[in-house]
Design a protein around this ligand. Sequence first.
Ligand SMILES: Cc1cc2nc3c(=O)[nH]c(=O)nc-3n(C[C@H](O)[C@H](O)[C@H](O)COP(=O)(O)OP(=O)(O)OC[C@H]3O[C@@H](n4cnc5c(N)ncnc54)[C@H](O)[C@@H]3O)c2cc1C
Length: 376
Amino acid sequence: MAKRLIVVGAGVTGLMTAKFLVDRGFSDILVIDRKYPGSGGSFRCATGVRASFTSREHIKVMLRAIDLWPKLSKELGIKYSRDGYLWLLSRDRDVEFFREAVKFQNSLGVPTRLVTPEEVRELAPTINASSVVAAVYDPIAGKASCFDSVTNTLTHLLARGVEVKWGVEARKIAREGRGFVVETNIGSLRADSVLVAAGDGSRRLLETLGVDLPIRSLPKHALVTEAFRPVFKPLIIDWATSSYIVQLFNGNFYIGADIPEVYDTVAKVKLEFLRKAARVWTSYFPWLREVYVLRYWTGYYDMTPDHHPVIGPVEGLEGVYVAAGFSGHGFMMAPAVGEALASYILGERPLVPEFERLSPGRFARGELIKEIAVFG
Ligand SMILES: Cc1cc2nc3c(=O)[nH]c(=O)nc-3n(C[C@H](O)[C@H](O)[C@H](O)COP(=O)(O)OP(=O)(O)OC[C@H]3O[C@@H](n4cnc5c(N)ncnc54)[C@H](O)[C@@H]3O)c2cc1C
């Protein structure tokens, strides 16, 4: 029996989309994942949520997501807090750049502001801010538990009759009559429509349909320390070194730091990452020298040439939808993306018009967007 919709990928994007659909009465959905729900970027991410971007598209999408996060938090029991983001700037040229960025963000309703090193010390107690010239504070940014976001959404779906199968890898999608057949390791699955929300697996899968999207996987690194009592609230970014630290809900510090990497290669643990993460963050928080690292893992950013995701119906292939290429921001956007995709699948236009600028066809049309505030 053909399903109405197959969602390939049980990450936060695929699950949230299924949630918005079932909540609107859409039934007969099958979600498949080659590993298990959350096993892609969703369980590896730093959990950060912000609208302090430098493109109108990112800002508008994220303002909608920031409206939705507290509602989802209440409805699904997802831990979420607006603890802010603090962008540390140690070079005068960066201050000039962020001064303009803040003006742009303010013009679109994001209340970011430049703050002094003294205010940095208040916002991040115990910090050694001697190298900080200024910082940008984003008070509506925050964090949400990635584990709650996946597992609680999954529970919501299972309770409403959505079928979710893991250990099922989609290897090929082909048109069959008015619908599609998805070839998998457990045989052929049929559906009227297909959503490809397969993170770094999306490009290869879409190629089997003749769709070529410029999405490349970039290895990323993250570590988590032992847990402590609350020390500081915001997610803190060191802009000059493209590194960040956040204290998670259970007290562990999560640290990410950019190191040179090669696109489309297998992510491997590297001592260079640990050295950089330790160097940057022990200089800001010298007491971190005494703290144990519990785990270090790798993952991928699914990058597009303009650092914006590819979202919506695939032109010329009615019934195929895509949500991939999040370029490191797919967790925070998931509620707005899920809502928008549900609208598309129900034959409506998305509530936030900027989603239409993120269509898969923009690359062929040369309508790339610019975003600079990417880090980690
Ligand atoms: C270190 C790190 C830190 C990050 N920090 C943040 C952050 O602070 N904030 C933020 O917003 N984002 C962050 N991100 C990015 C974020 O994790 C991703 O953008 C987001 O999780 C994407 O969710 P997704 O559901 O689209 O993809 P994924 O979570 O990757 O899910 C895709 C799923 O598809 C499955 N799959 C793939 N191919 C197939 C196939 N052929 N058949 C079946 N299943 C398949 C995979 O197993 C996977 O479970 C970070 C990423 C990393 C690596």
